[in-house]
Design a protein around this ligand. Sequence first.
Ligand code: SAM
Ligand code: SF4
Length: 355
Amino acid sequence: MSLALPILDDLPQRPKFAQGPRSLSAVKLLRLSLTDRCNLRCVYCMPDDGVTFYDHADLLSADDIVAVAAAAREAGVTHFKITGGEPTLRKDLVELVRRLAALGPEDLSMTTNGLRLGQRGGQLAHELREAGLDRITVSLDSLDPQTFGKISGDRGFTLEQVWAGINAATQAGFEKLKLNVVVIGGVNDHETPDFAALTLEHPWTVRFIEYMPLGESTLTQSLLGANTFTVDNQQIIQRIEAQHGPLVSVHRDREPGVGPAQVYRLDRPGVVPGRLGFISAMSQPFCETCNRLRLTARGELRACLFDGGEVDLLPTLRSNDDPQPDLIQLMARCVAEKPETHSPRGNRAMSQLGG
Ligand code: SAM
Ligand code: SF4
């Protein structure tokens, strides 16, 4: 796919930022990537000229995933996030949710492109709710059908199908959805005030995510240079305020989850049901408050999205009767191996790391 885009001004020099915590006790969230496969090819996440997926035989089994999650609970992790690739492609998803919920986390949530939630009368959304899933985040990068097609790699899926998924999730009891919008300069940044307007009607948190150049994707391979697509969230805030008036800051603690977003709401008389979140990993890195580990679908544990701190859990998972003590030690090692400061260009695609 070719994108005809204006070249944005060079980003300002990346600010210096404090090093993240090196102790396992700071880790509250484990992101579990259930698969690296996906039915979309979002331009910021995957290359459109083909993706080499892991062999099925290499993917972690449900038992493996639950063993890592149980070890994480023992080590003090309170929140699990199910992710992918696209987690709804995993056949044992509902059963996995049931088993993860049985570990008693404070919060069990999933990030999805939403396409499968609306199928068969919303059956999956209901099954997930019944199995113990607390929250859902749906990724949606455009309110325009053509732009949605372009960004998601023109795979024959429609914006309408995502809305059907969102409706199914709402009807199943996931009313307080989060919507993730990756903002891409020259492609969807003009839509950000329209996304913000959704929070006047719905109890949703719309989160604007600065595009991060990670691994190989259509955007990282672009001749324009990957960094030209990142838009500083301060510019997005200005754009939204120009249309909707000054934003009101909301204390982060009042939001579910333990994510890195700065949270605001639109200012209107009466109750505004929704919130706006800004995740500014590029312009204002938040390593200082990093509280997460991520498990790839092949069993690697990663401390950082961008690079470094990668520990392979598979040999331990497969070689021991009771791997838990060793898994906890490996988790501690992984956190200790975090990079000093994260580089501006990550070494693996988000579809493998799960966000
Ligand atoms: N397939 C699911 C989805 O799209 O929600 C879950 C996996 S996806 C890798 C997790 C999140 O990462 C999504 O919200 C997606 O938009 C975001 N993401 C992927 N690549 C990104 C990038 N290069 N920069 C910023 N966010 C990205
Ligand atoms: Fe698939 Fe999610 Fe990556 Fe899009 S962002 S290609 S939906 S894994």
